[in-house]
Design a protein around this ligand. Structure first.
Ligand code: HEC
Ligand code: HEC
Length: 200
């Protein structure tokens, strides 16, 4: 007889799921949410990375998110870690996953930097603002991303990849930024990472 009681409960659960599914921007809502769960192993719950090495995806502009995923999936921006996940995202719906992360409240890294490094970075940051803007929030028209609030370890690792032409190797559009990185000593790259990470 217990079987008779199961159906209504299942139906009510499905109805509730359907209702919450249309409710908007909560971490578990939206058509991109099921795919995004896979990402939390490295990028944190709802893209809110707590780690120094993994970028925060929460609140990321969708134009930049999509470019990054397409570059990884095409093997242009080489990353053995990201390539299989990027291919999966492209397969399951890039727009939905981009919209999911863009709708999450933007968070900043919990990782803090040495105040002296931040000050040294601030003094050297003018060379970045031509492209990233005085605020560091980037410029979609020029394809330049937001640097602010990302973990300092992640920012520094990407600058070192640019410097060695290992991020999107040979990409003609990134020639200028790579040439600039090549002129900056590694210690100053760390200071710049500390500074941009601290900007709100
Ligand atoms: C095994 C760990 C791992 C998993 C799982 C993972 N990522 Fe990543 N992700 C990384 C690493 C490492 C990087 C930095 C790669 C590099 O060196 O450029 C990265 C970078 C990214 C970037 C670029 C961010 C930026 O600021 O340029 C995006 C976007 C991204 N991941 C999205 C995703 C999405 C979406 C998923 C889930 C479908 C996912 N990742 C799953 C490890 C992971
Ligand atoms: C000539 C324009 C230009 C200048 C100057 C420039 N950048 Fe960038 N930067 C870019 C572009 C374009 C990208 C996006 C690359 C891509 O799409 O893969 C980028 C990406 C980055 C990233 C990777 C962000 C992420 O989420 O993965 C970091 C870190 C970065 N820049 C730091 C800096 C710093 C620090 C400076 C100053 C020392 C600087 N950039 C100066 C154009 C520039």
């Amino acid at each position: 007889m217990e079987r008779d009681n199961v159906m209504p409960i299942v139906l009510i659960s499905l109805l509730l799921l359907a209702l919450t599914g249309t409710a908007g921007a909560g971490p578990l809502d939206g058509p991109g949410a099921p795919t995004a769960v896979i990402c939390s192993a490295c990028h944190g719950f709802a893209g809110q990375s707590q780690s120094n090495t993994m970028p925060i995806l929460a609140g990321m502009a969708s134009w930049y998110f999509k470019k990054a995923i397409q570059d990884f999936a095409a093997g242009k921006r080489t990353s053995p870690e990201m390539e299989p996940y990027a291919k999966q995202v492209v397969q399951f719906g890039l727009d939905d996953v981009a919209a999911y992360f863009a709708a999450q409240k933007r968070t900043v890294t919990p990782v803090t930097s040495d105040p002296a490094a931040i000050e040294r970075g601030r003094a050297a940051a003018a060379q970045c603002t031509l492209c990233h803007g005085a605020s560091g929030k980037g410029d979609p028209a020029k394809g330049v991303p937001d640097l602010t609030g990302q973990p300092p370890g992640y920012l520094k690792s990407q600058m070192l990849l640019f410097k060695a032409d290992k991020r999107s190797p040979g990409d003609a559009q990134l020639k200028v930024v790579k040439a600039l990185m090549a002129t900056i000593p590694d210690e100053q790259l760390a200071d710049l990472a500390a500074y941009w990470s601290s900007v709100r």
